[in-house]
Design a binder for this molecule. Structure first.
Ligand SMILES: [Mn+2]
Length: 269
């Protein structure tokens, strides 16, 4: 599929869970998405580089990965401000939180103000693992299991490709079939929204659980920009403050309208 060449200018684009350096990253699709993107701000919402993978296994770094880095450079040259919020797979980069370079900031979390005035917390989401009883040991075990499932995914899909069938996510199928996974995701969503509410904000943009989503819950925005391992999605804000969940080819998968300005009373002179 070819990406549309002319995309409307976005106020902000959010991308997370790229896992660059791991075998599971769809780097070529991400490079195609970033190429020609026109945005004022790009938030990298964690797990951009998979340092865990690269520390333990052979780094998968080829043409696609180089293109991703080149596209990020091109965006910076075009004047895009990059805000990097490291996650758990790129946790060592948190040492640089507070670092302000001319076109890039590294932040533990950020607050993004939409064009309609609403303010959203931008956080990777691994902070909520404690609340969802998904501790460090389980985190590693979960990652190992996830890798096994993704390896199964690759095998299934290379077989499907040979048979001329379309891509199908085994991991997503298993997650949707598993009640425990659904309960974990529900606790994660609640923990993120509670954090935003506690901070007096209007919602949250996060990643971490590799499940793209965009909806309003009790008047708050829950936006999960997904990942570049399975769902290949990103979140974008348009000029009016509307939010869109985008597929890697630029297709709009979900949309949340901007908040309407309050009615102003017109006084007669
Ligand atoms: Mn993560």
């Amino acid at each position: 599929m070819t990406a549309p060449t002319l995309r409307p200018r976005q106020r902000a684009v959010f991308v997370s869970d790229v896992h660059l350096g791991s075998k599971n990253c769809h780097a070529a699709e991400l490079a195609d998405f970033l190429d020609g993107l026109d945005t004022r701000r790009l938030y990298l919402v964690g797990d951009i580089v998979d340092l865990w993978w690269m520390a333990q296994r052979r780094a998968a770094w080829g043409h696609g990965q180089h293109r991703v880095v080149e596209c990020l450079h091109a965006l910076v040259r075009a004047g895009t401000e990059i805000i990097y919020v490291p996650g758990n797979h790129d946790r060592p980069i948190r040492r640089f939180c507070g670092l302000m370079l001319p076109y890039m900031q590294v932040r533990r979390r950020a607050i993004h103000q939409l064009a309609d005035g609403r303010r959203l917390l931008v956080a990777h989401g691994d902070d909520y693992d404690a609340v969802t009883h998904f501790g460090n040991f389980q985190e590693h075990l979960g990652d190992w299991l996830y890798d096994q499932i993704l390896a199964g995914n690759r095998m299934t899909n290379s077989a499907r490709r040979r048979l001329g069938l379309r891509y199908w996510s085994l991991a997503d199928f298993l997650k949707r079939r598993s009640g425990a996974a659904e309960r974990y995701i529900a606790r994660f969503v609640n923990a993120g929204l509670a954090d935003a509410r506690r901070r007096g904000l209007d919602g949250i943009v996060c990643g971490h659980i590799h499940r793209a989503d965009l909806r309003e819950v009790d008047g708050l925005v829950y936006a999960n920009d997904g990942d570049w391992v399975e769902s290949l999605t990103a979140l974008a804000e348009d000029a009016e403050g509307g939010l869109c969940l985008l597929g890697h080819d630029g297709a709009v998968l979900k949309r949340l309208e901007p908040r309407r300005p309050p009615l102003r009373l017109a006084y007669a002179a």
